[in-house]
Each structure stands twice: as C-alpha cells, then as structure tokens.
Design a protein around this ligand. Sequence first.
Ligand SMILES: [Zn+2]
Length: 364
Amino acid sequence: MGVVSQLGKLPLPPGGKKMLEAAKLENVAVLARESKETARSAGSLRAAEAPTPKTPMKCIFSVDVEDWFHILDLPKAPQIGDWDTLPSRVEQNFMRLLELFDAHQTRVTCFFLGWIGRRLPHLVREAARCGHEIASHGYAHRLVYQISPEDFYRDALDSRKILEDIAGVPIWGYRSAGFSVTYNTDWFFDKLIEAGYVYDSSIFPASRGHGGMVGGPRTPYWIQRASGRLFEFPVSVVDVLGKPLCFFGGGYLRLSPYFVIRTMAKRVLRDSRPVIFYVHPREIDINHPRLPMNRRRRFKSYVNLRSTLPKMTRLLKEFPLTSFEQFIRKDIQGAPTRDEVVEGLLRIVPLSDSPPTTASSRAI
Ligand SMILES: [Zn+2]
C-alpha cells in the first residue's frame, strides 16, 4: 500500500481533511521533483553510494534540543534577538524525554543548540549526568545554505566550545539546522573538520523543505579531505514506489502510522544500515504556542503531535536504540577520546571502503 493511501487512515485534527488533501498534492509534487532530480544525477549517484559496513547495525535515537519557536524558514519566525523574551517550554519537554529514556534504560544523542546550552545549561548537565551523549546542533539554528562558510564555521565552533564547557566532556558530533546541507554547500564538511568535529548526521538523502540531497549516500561513510576526515551518518530513508522517503523523525514520524515506521525500520536494518531516529522536544508538547505560518507548513509542523510519545514508547520497547557514541565506541568506558571515537568509526567503515572524494563533491 502506498504512503499516500496510508495517510488516509490517520486520525485528523479539526480541519485536517483539507490539510491532508494539501499534503497529498504536495507529495505528488515532491515525487515528481525527485524523479527529475534523480534522473539528472543518476550517473554520479551510483558512484556515490557508500559501501556496506561490516558491523551489525542497531538503531540510533537522537533529540535535536531546541524550543517551540525554533522552526525554520518562516517569514514571521522570531529572530534570535527576541528569543530570550519568549516563554520557554523546552525544559519541561526535554526533562519528560529524559524520564522516558531513563524508564527504558536507553541512552541517546542530544544535539543541543549552543543557544539553548547558554540559556539553560542545567539541561546539558542533566543529560550528560544521565549518560546521554552531548552533541552540537550549531549555535543559532541557521540554515547552512543561507550563511557563508565563515559564519557557519564560527557558529559550529562556538556551539562546540560552549557545550564542552558546560558538559565537561568533548563534543564530537554535529547536526545542521533542518538537515540543510545540500549539493551546493560542499564547504560544509571542510568547516566541520576545521571546527573539530569527528562525525556528522546532516545529510538527508531525499527531498525536503530545507535542502536535502536527493540521491545522496544512505550508508555511513568517511568524507576525506585535505584538511582531515569526517564520518557521515546520513539520515535513514527507504524507497517507496522508487522514491526515497524518511519515516523516522519530525513530521514524517508523526504522520506515519506506527506499523509503517516499524516495517520501514526493519527494511533499513535488513539493508545493513543503522536506523537514525530524531525528535524535537516540542513534538511531545501538544499545547505549545503556534507560530503564524501557511496551511501547508502548519500541517507539517503540528500534525499528530499527540502521537509522538506513544510511538517513541513503542520504539523504545521494540528496537535496540542507542546513541551515536554508544554505537561507535562499543566497550569503551568513560568519555571516549578523539582517537577512540575514530578507532570505533574505522571499525564500522574502514577507510579502504570509503570513496576517495566525497559523494557530494562528486555529484556537483
Ligand atoms: Zn533544529
């Protein structure tokens, strides 16, 4: 059964029928656009597909720690100068998530905005105390393709240093705002290496509102540059009717019925890839304030918020979920050093199994 027809089985909010129709139309438009893009880059994509890793794959769970007003690319979204004046809801939501993870004895990766770390440092410390990995979501939540390489570097470096100071442990992982790395921002990987990161999870190998790299690599792989190396964990996608779709985070996870998420997750695992799940604290908060936006974005941003916690609970019961750090480090005790993280990543994918240049640079 197709994804679009599955959507018809979801419980809809008031006015949801019209919004669902809009989403279906948008799905068709997205599929048509993807089809053109995929055909255009087909030659380079075959070469870009990363090799199959050697280790058994688990599922990785991540939280992008930001507040309800950190929704991207809205004309009326509050600017960073106003964020301090807005009522924060991230604390109550994030603490609820920590309780849920604790109840299931699961450690996850928390990609904190540096801005959140500076405003609410106790959240970073509490997550670290509970054994979760602290990683960086940048400082100011800016779309990669809208800023200069130099501004991006400063933002990525600042957030890493702020979070390291608060958590008292080194930060190795990065995720961009809105998975906004694209084929036109190839400098992104160089700047992350220069800013001291070891791994990244920002490639979204499917079409999306903010960037995305349709046809990009799906399997974890090394990006090798003159300035060093970076390990990439692309967000998980599954082909449906020949098109890559994500069922594992954000609006995709909220829209999809649980049995579809479970089935698709098993397909990713059968393909020897880790499933990478992601949520935002606001997604478990059905009463958080709404930002003004058009009907289509409203549907994407707020549909099925009440389904997030029940789906997470089932995932925590049914899948072996862990953090990026635990996935990488295996049996290392205490905070791993850079060398230990690199060694762990090399066990997952040897350098000899990675392409000599990045998939993104080859596909440009
Ligand atoms: Zn974000």
